[in-house]
Design a protein around this ligand. Structure first.
Ligand SMILES: *Cc1c(COP(=O)(O)O)cnc(C)c1O
Length: 501
């Protein structure tokens, strides 16, 4: 066998399209996808053949190609199945980080996501006034709720809070100056930096004070004819401690009023219920900012509010009207799914005691540690019972241990929330290997490793996942040494890509 003969073993695509076991796949997946997958496989085969040829190992290459051709129908089917399977899937969050940016920040919960899906799945009165039969307002549906809940005159929502800050500065401060304390020039993860957003908006940043101390006189000295906005930014993800001084929102609003300058606040998370009642540190509420006299307040929809991704702006009607007319409002607007889900979440806040129970983020945040411990104990019991029912038995230690959860998402920095975890010490594989295996399950389970043990913080685990977890953790193969998964079923396409055939 020479090099050319080896390459000639690789079939032409038209031949493969007629082959038994392959041609039938066109019916289920369509000819286009089938051809695409076949082209990929042939390309991989040619690359591999070229490598063997380069090594002068033609005989081995021919053998490999032969093997591959034998399992070609199965390989094509496998690739098509993976191609047609969604890659974005639900996961079990056992990390204890409630607003986990990598895991989509606030989980919406069933009610709000079903509402969003129901409205988005059909025609809806998104921008249609059913009373007059005329063109309506996209934000009107939840504006009434935001005004009622926060006490503000008007409200608006855009794509996210970064967009909200951009819209505020663009519509109110473009061509002029916005004054910000040097202690509040924050960077939120993912490239959001106040000075950069400022530049993008066309407003000039006028820094005042110092990193640790800013006084009212600093703001007074910074104000001139060019000043359009006094901007206060909540230091969401850090604290400045020690020799510090800052200006309260009340004081700043008094100054704004005296000088006739708009006072805006970027609250970051934007809580609508007083969390100090639940033993959490005092994260300022939107209501407090409005009643302190802020002209404009913005905050995220999917941080502690527990709603869909959005940037919510509340405040005085005259300023909100200018924002609604700005071209960026169109570019940054929310879609109907978000509008409907946001309205549903805000409805919960009409009854704050209910909101804390019904909104997943607030429920997880305020759950007493004892309750989390009971969940951890129940799961541990179920796993042990399942294992006892099996013949082999697994050398795995499963215990309940105290741990700490975090709010995450740049909210409540430094706050350590007492919690409990199901702690797993596998006997035959490392905790890191267990973590990897759990990550590649059809429903992935994510947790932390602490001192070479795998920890599943039950604060962020939905009670409805307990049965699944109990079943999963009693599977012997999960803890067995060797290759895992046995079938290859659980791999995602991105992990498989680049694998040799
Ligand atoms: C999180 C945050 C933002 C960005 O909000 P997104 O909704 O993520 O765009 C802006 N400002 C502050 C103070 C924040 O905490």
């Amino acid at each position: 066998m020479n090099k050319n003969e080896m390459f000639r073993m690789i079939p032409k695509i038209d031949i493969l399209l007629k082959q038994e076991g392959i041609k039938e796949l066109a019916e289920e997946y369509g000819r286009q996808a089938l051809v695409g997958v076949l082209q990929e496989i042939l390309e991989d085969l040619r690359t591999e053949a070229a490598e063997y040829a380069g090594q002068g190992n033609v005989q081995k290459g021919a053998g490999e190609i032969q093997q591959m051709l034998l399992r070609l129908p199965a390989e094509v089917h496998d690739r098509l199945q993976r191609l047609f399977r969604p890659e974005m899937i639900p996961v079990v969050n056992g990390t204890g980080t409630i607003l986990h940016t990598g895991l989509g920040r606030a989980p919406l919960g069933e009610k709000a996501s079903l509402r969003g899906g129901k409205v988005a799945g059909t025609y809806t009165n998104l921008e249609y006034d059913l009373n007059t039969g005329e063109r309506g307002e996209r934000c009107s549906h939840f504006e009434r709720l935001l005004c009622r809940i926060t006490g503000a005159e008007a409200a608006l929502a855009v794509n996210n809070n970064a967009a909200a800050v951009l819209l505020i500065l663009s519509s109110l401060a473009c061509g002029g100056e916005a004054v910000v304390s040097r202690g509040e020039l924050v960077e939120i993860g993912g490239k959001f930096r106040i000075p950069d957003v400022m530049e993008l908006s066309g407003a000039r940043l006028r820094e005042t004070g110092t990193t640790n101390r800013t006084r009212l006189s600093d703001y007074e000295n910074a104000v001139n004819e060019e000043t359009k906005v006094l901007l206060k930014v909540h230091t969401s993800n850090y604290r400045i401690v020690g020799f510090t001084e800052s200006v309260s929102l009340e004081e700043l609003c008094a100054l704004g009023k005296q000088k006739g300058i708009c006072v805006a606040q970027d609250l970051g998370s934007g809580v609508l219920v007083d969390l100090s009642r639940y033993g959490l540190q005092n994260e300022p509420t939107v209501q407090a900012s409005v009643s302190a006299g802020a002209d404009v307040v913005c905050f995220s929809g999917d941080k502690l509010l527990g709603g869909p991704q959005a940037g919510i702006i509340v405040g005085r009607k005259c300023f909100l009207d200018r924002m609604k007319k700005h071209p960026l409002a169109r570019a940054l607007r929310i879609d109907k799914f978000t509008a409907a889900a946001l309205e549903q979440v805000l409805l919960e806040y009409l009854n704050p005691e209910q909101a804390v129970k019904n909104i997943p983020v607030l429920r997880m945040l305020t759950r007493p540690a004892d309750e989390v411990r009971r969940d951890a104990e129940m799961l541990t019991e179920e796993i042990r019972r399942n294992i006892a029912n099996k013949s082999g038995g697994i050398e795995t230690q499963i215990t309940v241990e105290p741990c700490t959860s975090r709010a995450g998402g740049g909210a409540l920095p430094g706050e350590e929330i007492d919690s409990f975890a199901v702690c797993i010490l596998p006997g035959q594989i490392s905790a890191a290997e267990l973590q990897r295996r759990l990550r590649t399950m059809p429903v992935p389970v994510l947790g932390r490793i602490v001192r070479d043990r795998f920890l599943l913080d039950m604060r962020t685990v939905d009670g409805r996942d307990r049965e699944y977890l109990a079943e999963l953790f009693s599977r012997e193969e999960l803890f067995a040494p060797g290759v895992f998964p046995v079938t290859g079923e659980n791999e995602r396409p991105d992990q498989k890509k680049g694998n040799r055939l």
